[in-house]
Design a protein around this ligand. Structure first.
Ligand code: FAD
Length: 437
C-alpha cells in the first residue's frame, strides 16, 4: 500500500519503520530541512525522558540498544529546597528502575536514519503540508507541489495541519486547553569538565506555583526548564530582576548558570497545551486519513510521557493492522480504542504538574512515597502508579483501575494488621475490654 506520513518527527519516523516492515511503501513529508545537516532549535526542549513504553516500541524494531547507549539513566528525583538542601526520592522501591535522558535531536536523527534505511521508505524535506483532500488522499505543499496516496497519516505534532483538515469535517470533535504557564529553557554547563549536579537524577526545584527541572546531557551539561506562570516570566524584564529572582528562589542553581541572563532573555517561551480530537480518522472512497502522536493527543510534559505515548501508538497501530489484515480503514477504526488510554495519560500529566511543582517538596508527600515503596516490598503485586506508567506497558486506562484496586487491598491489609495487633494485645491482657471490667 502507498502510505504518506506527514511529519518526520519522533513518531512519524518510528511509524515509517513499522509500516515498511509490513511491506508498505512510505513517503515521509517533513516541513523542515534535514535535521542531520543542522543543529537543534535554540531553547526548544533539548532533551526528554524515555521510559519503558518508548523503549519497548523502539526494541521491536531493534533500536533500543543504540538509543539507550546515548542516554543517561535517572533513577529518581532530586529535590532542591529553598535553602539548597537536597532530598533524593527513588522512582522504584528497589532503586533498579530509571528513566532515560536523551537528546531530542540525537533521537530524531537516529529514527530518521532507521526510517531512511528501510526498503520502500523515502523522506522528503522542505515539504510543508498546506492542503489535504481526505476523500482522494491528495496532498498540497507550500512549494506548490502535489502528491496523492491511499493512506495519509498525520504525525505532524500538536499543531497538525492534517488534524486541522479533519476538524473542518462534521462529526469531528476537538478541544485545546492551554495552561496559564509557559516554559523556558536554561543551561547549567559542566564545571571543570564534570557534571555540576548528580547526573543520575532528574532535578526538581519545587516552588509552589512554579518549578524548574534539570535533565543531564551527554556533554555533561544540564538542560533546565522553567515552568512558570506567564506573569512571572514577563515580570523579569531586566538583568537585575532576573539575577535577583534566581538568587532568591534558586539559590544553589544560580551560581551554576553563567549564561542565565542571555539565556533567559534570548530563549523563547513555549506553551503548554492539551489537545483532544475524536475521531482520529476520516475518509472513505479512495483514501483514508488518520492521526498519531501529538497530532492526535498532545499532552503537557509533566509525566514525561508525550513521546513515549506516541511511540506506543506505533505499536498499537501495528497491532490493529495485524487484526485487520492490513486493511487500513478497518485498522484506523480499531485504533480509536487507544483514545481511552490517551485520555487517561492526558489527565495524569496535568495532575502531575501539581505534584512536581508543589507536593514533592513536602514531608508528608515524601513520607507517603516511602510508605508506598514499603507496601511494594511487603504486598505481592503492589506497584505504584508512577512505576506502572513509567516502567510497564500496562495500558494507561488499566493503570487507573489497578491503582484503585491496590489501594482498596492496602486499606484492607492495614485494617487486618490493626485487628491482629489488637487481638494479640488483648490475648496478652494488654487491652481492657468491657467483659474484663
Ligand atoms: P513532533 O515531535 O512535534 O514532530 C512533528 C513533526 O512534524 C516535526 O518534525 C514538524 O516539523 C513536522 N511538521 C509539523 N507541521 C508540518 C506540516 N504542515 N507539514 C510537514 N511537516 C510538518 N515526551 C516524553 O516522552 N518525555 C519527556 O521527557 C518529554 N519532555 C517534554 C518537554 C517539553 C518541554 C515538551 C514541550 C514536550 C515534551 N515531551 C516529552 C513530549 C514530546 O516532545 C512529544 O510528545 C513528541 O515530540 C511528539 O512527537 P510527534 O512526532 O508526534 O510530534
Amino acid at each position: 500500500m502507498e502510505v504518506s506520513i506527514v511529519g518526520a518527527g519522533l513518531v512519524g519516523c518510528l511509524l515509517a519503520c513499522y509500516l515498511a516492515r509490513r511491506g508498505h511503501r512510505v513517503t515521509l513529508y517533513e516541513r523542515r530541512p534535514d535535521p542531520r545537516e543542522r543543529g537543534p532549535d535554540r531553547g526548544r526542549s533539548i532533551n526528554l525522558a524515555i521510559s519503558r513504553r518508548g523503549i519497548d516500541a523502539l526494541s521491536r524494531i531493534g533500536l533500543d540498544g543504540k538509543v539507550l547507549h546515548a542516554a543517561l539513566p535517572m533513577a529518581g528525583r532530586m529535590m532542591h529546597g529553598m535553602d539548597g538542601a537536597l532530598t533524593f526520592q527513588p522512582y522504584s522501591a528497589d532503586r533498579s528502575q530509571a528513566i532515560n535522558s536523551i537528546g531530542r535531536a540525537d533521537l530524531n536523527r537516529e529514527l530518521l536514519e532507521a526510517a531512511s534505511a528501510q526498503p520502500g521508505v523515502e523522506v522528503r524535506f522542505g515539504c510543508r503540508l498546506t492542503g489535504l483532500d481526505e476523500r482522494t488522499g491528495r496532498l498540497r505543499f507550500a512549494s506548490g507541489e502535489e502528491a496523492e496516496a491511499g493512506v495519509v497519516i498525520g504525525a505532524d505534532g500538536a499543531y497538525s495541519a492534517v488534524r486541522a483538515r479533519l476538524q473542518q469535517l462534521p462529526g469531528v470533535s476537538f478541544s485545546q486547553e492551554y495552561l496559564d504557564y509557559g516554559y523556558k529553557e536554561l543551561s547549567i554547563p559542566p564545571q571543570d569538565g564534570r557534571f555540576a549536579l548528580d547526573p543520575g537524577a532528574l532535578h526538581i526545584w519545587p516552588r509552589g506555583r512554579s518549578m524548574m527541572i534539570a535533565l543531564p546531557n551527554q556533554d555533561r551539561s544540564f538542560t533546565c526548564t522553567l515552568f512558570w506562570p506567564h506573569d512571572t516570566l514577563a515580570a523579569l524584564d531586566t538583568p537585575q530582576r532576573i539575577r535577583a529572582y534566581f538568587a532568591e528562589h534558586y539559590r544553589d542553581a544560580f551560581g551554576l548558570m553563567p549564561d542565565l541572563v542571555p539565556d533567559f532573555r534570548g530563549n523563547p517561551v513555549g506553551h503548554l497545551v492539551t489537545m483532544r480530537c475524536s475521531p482520529w480518522h476520516a475518509g472513505g472512497g479512495d483514501a483514508v486519513v488518520g492521526l498519531v502522536g501529538d497530532a492526535a493527543h498532545a499532552i503537557v510534559p509533566f509525566y514525561g510521557q508525550g513521546a513515549n505515548c506516541g511511540f506506543e501508538d506505533c505499536v498499537e497501530l501495528d497491532r490493529c493492522l495485524d487484526e485487520a489484515g492490513d486493511d487500513f480503514p478497518r485498522a484506523l477504526e480499531l485504533f480509536e480504542r487507544r483514545k481511552a488510554d490517551t485520555d487517561v495519560i492526558a489527565r495524569l500529566a496535568l495532575d502531575n504538574f501539581v505534584e512536581m511543582r508543589d507536593k514533592v517538596g513536602s514531608r508528608v508527600f515524601l513520607a507517603g512515597k516511602r510508605l508506598e515503596h514499603a507496601l511494594e516490598r511487603v504486598l505481592p503485586g503492589y506497584v505504584s502508579r508512577y512505576e506502572l506508567i513509567s516502567f510497564s506497558t500496562t495500558p494507561y486506562s488499566q493503570v487507573e483501575r489497578r491503582v484503585a484496586r491496590q489501594r482498596r487491598l492496602a486499606v484492607a491489609a492495614g485494617a487486618a494488621l490493626v485487628a491482629l495487633g489488637f487481638a494479640a494485645r488483648r490475648g496478652r491482657g494488654l487491652v481492657r475490654t468491657p467483659e474484663a471490667d
